[in-house]
Design a protein around this ligand. Structure first.
Ligand SMILES: O=C(CO)[C@@H](O)[C@H](O)[C@H](O)[C@H](O)COP(=O)(O)O
Ligand SMILES: [Zn+2]
Length: 195
């Protein structure tokens, strides 16, 4: 591929990204504000926020949990959040003994309580380990939140709040998820006087 052909591809990715972000802004503002309010309410009440996902969404889960436990932009106390995609001993033990579909659900069963928020990130909305964990969250009395792509997949029917980015390309959906997560963190920081 020559340099111009590579530039054309990069330009097309930028254009697609811009379209997805504009559509997300136009269609999902209410849901994003609801997400920030849910997070702020949970941490104010001493509840925990759990994040999980596979692949890029596992990385997003770690990233978001770190914004809470560490800090986002404002100096405030550390806030309770855990990424369920990080403990290799738990992931391998549960995966080996119960199957990969159970790796997140087992942790939700062990850790999540009523009032906690369990966030599943899945661009398809259909990853079985995320779907099962959200069902476990509901059984525990926690709030089940989904961040997905356009259809919401199986997660749309399970979640109390499912933020469905209006896109079909995994990478573009993940980019919108990162932005939505950052906006929610900023909303929590805005409430930080009371946190
Ligand atoms: O980051 C990427 C692609 O951008 C991949 O690692 C991607 O996250 C993986 O294929 C995941 O297994 C996809 O799962 P999901 O988003 O459908 O739940
Ligand atoms: Zn990715």
């Amino acid at each position: 591929m020559d340099n111009q052909a590579m530039k054309n591809i990069a330009e097309a990715v930028f254009a697609e990204h811009d379209m997805v972000i504009a559509a997300t802004r136009g269609q999902l503002l209410d849901e994003i504000v609801r997400l920030g309010a849910l997070f702020a309410h949970a941490v104010k009440n001493g509840n925990c926020i759990f994040f999980m996902g596979n692949g890029g969404s596992a990385a997003d889960s770690q990233h978001l949990a770190a914004e809470f436990v560490g800090r986002f932009q404002k100096e405030r106390r550390g806030l309770p959040a855990i990424a369920l995609s990080t403990d290799t001993s738990i992931l391998t033990a549960v995966g080996n003994d119960y199957g990969f579909d159970a790796v997140f659900a087992r942790q939700v069963e062990a850790l999540a309580k009523a009032g906690d928020v369990v966030v599943g990130l899945s661009t398809s909305g259909n990853s079985p380990n995320v779907v099962k964990a959200l069902q476990a969250a509901k059984a525990a009395g926690a709030v089940a939140v989904g961040m997905t792509g356009r259809s919401g997949g199986k997660m749309a029917a399970i979640c109390d709040l499912c933020i469905m980015v209006p896109a079909d390309v995994t990478a573009r959906i993940q980019e919108a998820h990162a932005l939505i997560g950052h906006i929610a963190c900023q909303l929590v920081d805005g409430e930080a006087g009371g946190v």
